[in-house]
Design a protein around this ligand. Structure first.
Ligand SMILES: [Cu+2]
Length: 253
């Protein structure tokens, strides 16, 4: 096991470009085309400065293309964000296996999802998968052919939202700004929500700090018993039976 972790550390150093993109969204049993209603970049690189506006919906070093499409989503349903190494990669080429870290998803209610800039206040987290019994969230997505399942809460108000799916790779996170953050924003219209809950919201950028314990971390010192603190607040809401978002209490600071 020792040998394996040293080998994967070496692989992480030698692989510079096996990044990833949230390329398409499956909703209502429909697999929408690549870049349909998603602001996809032409380059698959990460955002590493968590203080930039590019942390919301990518951009900056990875220029994104706008979309005039909106995807219909039923409140309470589970959608799949599909991750691929590039816009043309298949399910066997999701991301370099060395890219270990958490997966997350956020929503932001907007007036016009095709026009909203994304960055700024209004974001709330609806899904997170960090490190459990030695398994990272990103590894599960890679093994699952790039499928990142996200349950849309049934308690939200109807209307247009940006859905921000994120994977964070921590193979270089032992030094400041070494974490690689991958995210894209899909433009969705939620219907059928009960509007019973107005979640607490946060700003992106702002929700992460460079020295968050989940972003500045040497993952090669971890064992399967280690705990990992996922970055970004997740607002509590009244649970309902069978809710996959019922997440065990974790340490925050
Ligand atoms: Cu990478």
């Amino acid at each position: 096991m020792k040998y394996l972790s040293v080998a994967s550390a070496a692989a992480a150093i030698s692989v510079a470009s096996a990044h990833t993109i949230f390329v398409q969204l499956e909703s209502n049993g429909v697999t929408n085309p690549v870049s349909h209603a998603i602001r996809t970049p032409s380059y698959d690189g990460p955002i590493t400065d968590v203080s930039t506006n590019d942390l919301a919906c990518n951009g900056g070093p990875n220029p994104t293309t706008p979309s005039d499409k909106i995807i219909e989503v039923k409140a309470g349903s589970t959608v799949n964000a599909v991750w691929r190494h590039t816009l043309t990669s298949g399910a066997n080429d999701v991301m370099e296996a060395s890219h270990l870290g958490p997966t997350m998803a956020y929503l932001k209610k907007v007036g016009d999802a095709t026009k909203d800039v994304g960055y700024g206040s209004g974001w709330f987290k609806i899904q997170e998968d960090g490190y459990t019994n030695g398994a990272w969230g990103t590894s599960k997505v890679i093994k699952n052919g790039g499928i990142h399942a996200i349950t849309i809460p049934d308690c939200l108000a109807d209307g247009q939202y940006l859905l921000r799916a994120e994977m964070i790779a921590l193979h270089g996170a032992g030094s400041p700004n070494g974490a690689q953050l991958y995210m894209e924003c899909a433009q969705i219209n939620i219907s059928g929500g009960s509007a019973k809950v107005s979640p607490a919201t946060y700003s992106i950028p702002g929700i992460y700090k460079q020295n968050d314990p989940g972003l500045l971390i040497n993952i090669y010192q971890m064992t399967s018993a280690s705990t990992y603190t996922i970055p970004g607040e997740i607002a509590p809401r009244p649970p309902r039976a069978g809710d996959p978002r019922l997440i065990p209490k974790r340490k925050t600071d």
